[in-house]
Design a protein around this ligand. Structure first.
Ligand code: SR1
Ligand code: MG
Length: 400
C-alpha cells in the first residue's frame, strides 16, 4: 500500500486488514500523539479487551509543518533499534508486532497503562526500579554494540544500517548550534530574551565547549544509542520501565544517552523553583531526583564494567589503564551532554513541559536562567568532577 497518512478510521481498517485484530472486530481508535514528529494511534479491540499502538512517521516534522521534510525510512531504523534493544535488554522496550515500511508505521505493544515519566515527575512521582532498569538498557546497548565486544566488520555493517542523517541533523542543529546564537528557529520566552542577548549569547567559551561536543556527536561511532532518551520517551510505573521512540537511533557517543537522561532529571530538579509546592515536598523530591541520578550513573558504570570484565573481545580492553581512560571519558562526556541538554530545552526549538508549565513568564525565565547557568557551570567545570556524586553534590549545594 503506497504511503498515505492514516486517520482514526483508516487506522482501524488497517489493523483488521493485517490480521492483528480479526476482520469483524469492533475497533476503537484515538490519535494521541503529542510529540514533535509523528502520529500515534491507540487501537482497542473492545470485545477481546486487547489494544495496540500504531506509530506512523510523517514525511515532515509535525511541530513545524511541511516546510521541514523528514525521511520516512526512520521507521525501519526505529523497528530495528527496538529489536536490538529488546535482545540486549529484554522487557525494557515495547514489543514490536509489525513494521510496515511502505506506510512508514510500526504496530507495537500498548503501554499507555504505564504513565509517561515526564508528566509523572511533574506530579512528583517516584520510580523505585527505574535506575536499575534503565542502567541495564544503557550499559548493554553501550557495550554490546561497541568495538569492545563486536567484530569490527560486523560493527561497521551495523553502523551502515544506522546512518540517520536527517534525524542527526535535528540534534546537531537544535542541541549543539541554535541555542548559542539568536537563531530564528529558537523558541524564546520574551522574558528570557534580554538575558540571552546581553549575557548568554556572548559566552564564547561556552560556545566553544558546545562545539567540541557537536564534533564528538558528528564523528564518534562508539556504540548504538537510543538517540533521544529523555523522560518523555519512557513509560514507567513502580515496577516497569519501557523506553520507546528510538527513531533518533544511530552510532554515536555512548554518553549521549546517559547525558540526555541525566540532563532531563536536572531540569526537573530546578523546575520546582517556579512552582508553589510545599517546601518540604520539594526538598524530598529533589533529594529523590539527585539520588536517582547517582543510582542511574553508578549502576550504569558498574554494569558496563561487568560486561567489560566478562565479555570484552578486543585486545585493547586488557591494556593496563585503557579501561580507566575509557570510563573517565564516558563520565566527562555524560556531564557535558547533560549540560547541553539542559541548555537546549530552555530556549531552543523544543522545550520541556517541566519548565514551560510555569505560567508566569517572568518566573519561568528565572528558572530558565538558573538552568542555563547550571548547565554552563557543569560543562565548564567537568574536569574537576570525579564521580557522579561530585556532580550531584555541586548541584545540591547551589540549590538548597
Ligand atoms: C523537531 S524535533 C524536536 C525534538 O523532538 C524530539 O523529541 C527530539 O528531542 C528533537 O530534538
Ligand atoms: Mg520522541
Amino acid at each position: 500500500m503506497p504511503y498515505r497518512h492514516l486517520n482514526e478510521e483508516t487506522c482501524s481498517a488497517y489493523i483488521r486488514s493485517v490480521g492483528i485484530f480479526p476482520e469483524d472486530a469492533q475497533v476503537t481508535c484515538r490519535e494521541v500523539g503529542d510529540g514533535n514528529i509523528n502520529l500515534v494511534f491507540i487501537l482497542k479491540n473492545e470485545s477481546a479487551g486487547k489494544s495496540v499502538v500504531i506509530k506512523q512517521a510523517l514525511p515532515y516534522v509535525r511541530c513545524v509543518g511541511e516546510s521541514w521534510p523528514l525521511d520516512l525510512g526512520r521507521t525501519i531504523r526505529e523497528g530495528k533499534a527496538l529489536e536490538i534493544q529488546n535482545r540486549l535488554a529484554p522487557g525494557l522496550v515495547p514489543e514490536v508486532f509489525r513494521v510496515d515500511p511502505e506506510l512508514a508505521l510500526i504496530v507495537m505493544e500498548d503501554l499507555s497503562h504505564l504513565g509517561v515519566m515526564r508528566p509523572g515527575m511533574i506530579q512528583m512521582k517516584s520510580y523505585p526500579l527505574f535506575a536499575d532498569h534503565i542502567s541495564t538498557l544503557m550499559a548493554n546497548l553501550g557495550f554490546f554494540t561497541s568495538d569492545l565486544y563486536m567484530d569490527p566488520g560486523e560493527k561497521k555493517e551495523l553502523v551502515k544500517e544506522f546512518i540517520n542523517p536527517e534525524l542527526c541533523k535535528i540534534t546537531e542543529d537544535l542541541i549543539f548550534t541554535d541555542p548559542y546564537y539568536d537563531c530564528e528557529r529558537n523558541n524564546v520566552n520574551p522574558a528570557l530574551r534580554p538575558y540571552l542577548e546581553k549575557v548568554f549569547w556572548r559566552k564564547t567559551a561556552l560556545r566553544l565547549e558546545a562545539s567540541k561536543f557537536k564534533y564528538k556527536f558528528l564523528t564518534e561511532a562508539q556504540s548504538l544509542m537510543h538517540g533521544d532518551l529523555h523522560t518523555g520517551s519512557i513509560f514507567a510505573d513502580a515496577e516497569h520501565t519501557k523506553a520507546f521512540d528510538p527513531e533518533f537511533a544511530y552510532y554515536g557517543p555512548t554518553a549521549f544517552d546517559t547525558g540526555s537522561l541525566i540532563g532531563n532529571f536536572i531540569i526537573n530538579f530546578f523546575s520546582w523553583d517556579g512552582k508553589d509546592n510545599r517546601p518540604e515536598d520539594v526538598r524530598n523530591y529533589r533529594s529523590y531526583l539527585l539520588e536517582s541520578v547517582n543510582d542511574i550513573y553508578t549502576m550504569f558504570e558498574r554494569k558496563f564494567l561487568e560486561n567489560w570484565e566478562k565479555c570484552a573481545k578486543d585486545l585493547i580492553a586488557g591494556v593496563p589503564g585503557y579501561r580507566e581512560f575509557y570510563m573517565r571519558n564516558m563520565f566527562l562526556d555524560t556531564v557535558g551532554f547533560a549540560a547541553l541538554i539542559m541548555i537546549r530545552r530552555m530556549h531552543g526549538l523544543a522545550h520541556n513541559i517541566d519548565v514551560d508549565g510555569i505560567p508566569d513568564l517572568g518566573r519561568r525565565s528565572e528558572v530558565q536562567i538558573r538552568i542555563l547557568e547550571m548547565g554552563e557551570q557543569l560543562i565548564m567545570n567537568r574536569n574537576s568532577f570525579h564521580t557522579i556524586k561530585d556532580v550531584t553534590e555541586f548541584i545540591r549545594q547551589r540549590a538548597f
